[in-house]
Structures are given as C-alpha cells and as structure tokens.
Ligand binder design. Sequence first.
Ligand SMILES: Nc1ncnc2c1ncn2[C@@H]1O[C@H](COP(=O)(O)OP(=O)(O)OP(=O)(O)O)[C@@H](O)[C@H]1O
Ligand SMILES: [Mg+2]
Length: 401
Amino acid sequence: MPSYTVKTLRALTRSCEDMRDRVKQIAFEPENTKVLNLTFGPGIAAELVGRSVEAIRQAEKDGRLPQPKQLGNARRYYTIDDLTHIRKVFGIEVGKASDEDAVVVAVQNFKGGVGKSTITKHFADYLALHGYRVLVVDCDPQASTTTMFDIQPESLLDDECTLGEFLSPRSTFDEFPKAIHDTAWPTTKIVPSSLGLQDAEWDLTSTLTEGSQAVRESLQRLRIGLQTVIKDFDVILLDPPPAMGFLGLNVMAAASGILIPVPARQLDYLSTIHFMETIAENLEILDSHGTPVDYGFIRIVCSAFNPGKPGEHEMLQMMQATYANFLLSQPILSSEEIKNATQAFRSIYESKPSAATATYQRCRDNLDSVFGEVLQQIRQQWPSKNLAMQRTTDDSGSIAA
Ligand SMILES: Nc1ncnc2c1ncn2[C@@H]1O[C@H](COP(=O)(O)OP(=O)(O)OP(=O)(O)O)[C@@H](O)[C@H]1O
Ligand SMILES: [Mg+2]
C-alpha cells in the first residue's frame, strides 16, 4: 500500500522550487537575478517623458543633458535612469505633490485566476516607465507577484520583518517600512508575500472571538502600515488573495481606489454579481467595525479578452450594458505575449517580443491604453494634478461612474 505523508508533499514542494530556480536561471541568464536591460530609442524616450525629441536634443546640445549613449551603429539610446534624469532636468514632476497621499489601488476580485497578479505586475511596470514611484504590496500567500519581482518567498523564512509579521496581531513587529524591499526597477519597491502570510490570516480571524476593538484593529492593520509610507510613493498597488477573509478585508480597508478584473466568460461574469454583493456586505462589515471606506474610484476591466472565442464578444457587450461607465473602455486582450513573458518571470514591459514584433506591439499598445485610463482616475485623486477636481459622489445609487 502506498503511503503519502507530509514528507511526500515536502519533497514535492522542494522539487517545484528546484524547477522554478532552473527556469529562472535560464530566463535570467547570465546573472541569475533579474536585471533591467531596458533601452529606449529617442522617439520612445521622448514620449515617455512627455517632451519632443527636438527639445531633448537641444538640451543635449546646450549641455543641460549629457550626450546620449550610442550603439555600434550610432543609434542613440536611453536607459530608465536616463529617463529619470531627463525628467529632473526638465523639471517634470509626473506624480503627486509632496504633501499629497499615494493613491492605493486594490486589484480586487475574490475569484481566482482572473488576472489580478498579471495586472498588478504590468501596471506597476507601466507606472514606473512613466516616472511614477510605485509600491507593490503582495497580500496573497500564493506570492505570484512577489516571484515576478524576483523575490523567492522562502528566502524570507528567517526574516522577521515581513508583511505576515506586520499584519499578525500576535506579532510585535510594527515597523512597516522595514518590510519594503527594492526591485530591479529603480523607482518600484515591493512588500513581498511571505510564507507567514497565511498564519497572519488565521491570527487575524481568531480576533473575532476577542471583541469589537480587537476586530477593528485587525481590519485596519494594513491601512495603518501604509499610512507610514503614504507620502513616499505615488501609487500603491495591492494584490489580494482570491478569497474573502481578513487579508482581503484589510485590502478593502486600505484601498482608495478599486480595479476589478472580470474575464468575458459567463461564469466569471455571473460570479461578479456575487462579488459585488460580497463587496457591499464587506464594506458594511468594515463600517460597522469603525472602519468606513470611501473610494475615489471603482473601475471594472474586462481581462484576458479573446475576440476570436465564441461568446466573448456577446459577454463583453453584456458587461458594457451592465457596468456602463464603471467599465474601462478597452478590454485587456488575451495574449500569448503576456503568457510567454510571465512564464519567464517578466512583464511584457521587461521583455522583448517572443514572436512577431507587431503582435508584441499590439499587446503593449492595448495595455498602455487600458492603464492610461486607470492612471487618469489616479491623477484625479491629487488636487495638484486636477485643479478643477469635482468628485461626483453617486448618492442616488444610479450607474454613473
Ligand atoms: N491578458 C492575458 N493574456 C494571457 N494570459 C493571461 C492574461 N492575464 C492573465 N493571464 C494568465 O492567466 C493566469 C492567471 O492570471 P493571474 O495569476 O494574474 O490571476 P490571479 O487573479 O492573480 O490569480 P489568483 O487568484 O490565483 O491570484 C496566469 O497564467 C496568467 O499568465
Ligand atoms: Mg494572483
């Protein structure tokens, strides 16, 4: 009789980790860690900083900017650090004013596999490319986003300064900034998921028996942690687990804007009815425990849309009719480029085309336009960027986003 024990599962886990490390080694050759070798031609560089090629050239001529680097064929190129320097010299401040708060975006849906982590990673890279300071907080014990940022959760095993430790009411670790790690992107930081995050979920849940004050504190732990760094970043992205528990509630309580990915599949669409209901109930729970929330925006994005698949167009139309202005105008297309890039632990912003350049560019243009819309919502939260700010609150309950 075969006997499968904890030992068997541990051996399987180790085997998976070994395989991941081998794949990573191949993907990140020769360094074995993620290094950003991004270079941009003059046209793209100019577009990313929001100035003309001529203006940059002129600044290089009159010495305000250094001469650009050149490839063997004399083609000029810029690195991500060069873009930061160009923005500085031109006095371009893309983000919030120093006394404003970061916008905290939860990429939330309680259903698994809808694209939350893929969107979080790609949106973080999109924002970084455009000069924003980003903090990614991986609140999912599955740690997909953490791995995409090239941090292995088991490498944090002996680390006492983790998100799990911070969130757990049993822990005495209360210095949230110490849980923040650097990434390969100069302006992006991450609070990685750690194996202790699942324990934190259980610890938080157990406060349910300890009275309303304990529950309220358990719901606000992430919000309180983020408050200590809220002026240091432009955007904070939260990647929650696909389940509603205390981690999910902490995310809902800490967010100032919500982005909900929903694939154009019937079951996912129908599950959103349940999701919306649950979200409303959870907000009531937060409210009744002294943690009211007031989001600056809620947007739904159709994720991994495949126009060639039977029924998806009709589903998208249904989503447009149902969600009206809450739905972003563009769906995120399902793309082999995204699949291939994520399998190599990269976003498409970090990788080169895996097949035809046109396919890659289409995928990238699509993400750019989707994220551009979300960015617009984010910028509207900063009075310095939105002087004519008029936040319309939807007291009537009608669909007007
Ligand atoms: N636009 C897309 N095109 C192609 N593949 C995609 C796209 N978006 C996501 N995927 C793939 O779908 C799978 C699930 O995506 P992802 O892990 O981002 O979902 P999730 O909502 O974070 O899942 P979980 O709930 O388990 O955390 C991944 O394999 C990812 O590569
Ligand atoms: Mg995920």
